[in-house]
Design a protein around this ligand. Structure first.
Ligand code: NDP
Ligand code: 2IT
Length: 449
């Protein structure tokens, strides 16, 4: 049996109750076959694949907090520190009721390769909680964040592990967590990224994931003789990534016609009104129904079932899934291909199922997975860390132009890696191979640790 198959079997047996983690490892290891086959003897002896699929450590803890009625609530907190071969652990904190160890491990595993692709010195980690921020008062959010940090602070630090935002964790939550860390440790350091601009945050971090996704997509289109001008784009989600992806796509001359949230989706054939979207989502923290109510050209569609991903049934040139994992399945991929989609680039982490990815690739769609396409967020987090270390802050244009350079660089790195291993056009393999090579070289150089 090949080394890859042997390790895949072990990972499946050891983590049988973790479907998302198994899915992420299966995708990565399968696409690493050419590199692993070429180095099989050495990697097997050094147990490289066993080591890279087992987190350095997994921390789980109780998060008790008091709600506005005086009732004590208990959530579960997580931090998985996956691999720090190339830098301090780095990755977001997800606050969503679906959060469990499988989801945090899949995200942490992906983060290792993504962070490597940025070219910046950051290892991979992820954390979060099954806390549901929806419907909570600011006071409840603060109590939760303070309690969460009262345990998490023991394991993180500016040179150890630097968390950031993800689903459900934005500027408000990062602010409360930073305040509590500073109070407990009496240390003013860049322990979190995505901070507010008055206390060490970086300009362009809010926009970075969405903007970065579009810089990479634009380069992909350019290298295939196309431009963004006049392209029709479907985006799912309506949070941080979706909002700034939509904004940048429209700045580039494309028209974004869809958005979604957990209860429904909108079709707006005239193109999304970004200012209205921000007012509804960022200021009022309301549902997309409010967007549709305020905009004549928009149709609102209530979600009919958990598997209703209506946005992928609209005829578009480019699809950018920006909500959550497994939100674009085989049926959705078939609908996109039937409608002539040219490119699918993932703003979210693992939004496309393995079957859907294979179908898109077989049908000639240019497909770029999240660990390359959404790396702009964490790359800009690393730029925030640099600014914190030198106690300076850079202008928006300086950060944005570095972000653009990084995303264009990532596209060429994954394109070259795919070509080098005879897989031209397979950007999934290219991203996994390019990300893996740097981490493995560092692991080998550092010995068995
Ligand atoms: P937000 O919380 O800002 O927005 C998430 C969006 O996705 C919301 O519209 C939300 O709808 C929707 N959504 C979340 N979970 C589900 C679900 N289970 N079913 C249907 N819709 C859902 O998160 P972000 O925009 O920050 O993150 C989106 C994706 O991008 C995630 O996969 C994240 O891991 C990834 N990512 C984020 C980065 C960042 O810098 N923020 C960087 C790289 C990747 P609703 O409001 O109804 O819940
Ligand atoms: O998935 C991701 O890359 C993020 N949520 C951003 C992580 C970060 O540290 O900025």
């Amino acid at each position: 049996m090949s080394y890859v198959d042997e390790v895949l079997e072990k990972v499946k047996a050891k983590n049988a109750d973790q479907p998302e983690f198994i899915q992420a490892v299966t995708e990565v290891l399968n696409s690493l076959r050419p590199v692993v086959d070429a180095n099989e003897e050495q990697y097997r002896k050094l147990a490289i694949l066993e080591r890279i699929t087992e987190p350095d450590r997994q921390i789980m803890f109780r998060v008790p907090w008091v709600d506005d009625k005086g009732q004590v609530q208990v959530n579960r907190g997580f931090r998985v520190q996956f691999n720090n071969a190339i830098g301090p652990y780095k990755g977001g904190l997800r606050l969503h009721p679906s959060v469990n160890l499988s989801i945090i491990k899949f995200l942490g595993f992906e983060q290792v390769f993504k962070n490597s692709l940025t070219t910046l010195p950051i290892g991979g980690g992820k954390g979060g909680s099954d806390f549901d921020p929806k419907g909570k008062s600011d006071n409840e959010i603060m109590h939760f964040c303070q309690s969460f940090m009262t345990e998490l602070y023991k394991y993180i630090g500016a040179d150890t592990d630097v968390p950031a935002g993800d689903i459900g964790t934005g500027a408000r939550e990062i602010g409360f967590m930073f305040g509590q860390y500073k109070r407990i440790r009496d240390l003013y350091e860049g322990v979190l990224t995505g901070k507010g601009l008055t206390y060490g945050g970086s300009l362009a971090r809010t926009e970075a994931t969405g903007y970065g996704l579009l810089y990479l997509t634009q380069e992909l289109m350019k290298c295939h003789g196309e431009s963004m001008e006049g392209k029709v784009v479907a985006i799912s989600g309506s949070g941080n990534v979706a909002t700034y992806a939509a904004q940048k796509a429209q700045q580039m001359g494309a028209k974004v016609v869809t958005l979604s949230d957990s209860t429904g989706w909108i079709y707006d054939p005239e193109g999304i009104d970004i200012e209205l979207l921000k007012e509804v989502k960022e200021v009022k923290r309301a549902r997309l129904t409010e967007y549709a109510a305020a905009r004549k050209s928009a149709e609102y569609h209530e979600k009919k079932s958990a598997d209703d991903h209506g946005v992928w049934n609209i005829k578009v040139d480019i699809a950018l899934p920006c909500a959550t994992q497994n939100e674009l399945n085989l049926e959705d991929a078939k609908a996109l291909v039937a409608n002539g989609v040219k490119a699918v680039c993932e703003g979210a982490n693992m939004p496309t199922t393995i079957e859907a990815t294979e179908y898109l690739q077989k049908n000639g769609v240019w497909f770029v997975g999240g660990k390359a396409a959404n790396a702009g967020g964490v790359a800009t987090s690393a730029l925030e860390m640099s600014q914190n270390s030198e106690r300076l802050s850079w202008s928006f244009d300086e950060v944005d132009s570095k972000l653009k350079g990084i995303m264009v660089g990532i596209y060429h790195a994954i394109d070259d890696a795919a070509k080098k291993y005879g897989k031209e056009g397979d950007y999934v393999a290219g991203a996994n191979i390019a990300g893996f090579e740097k981490v493995v070289n560092a692991m080998i150089a550092q010995g068995v640790v």
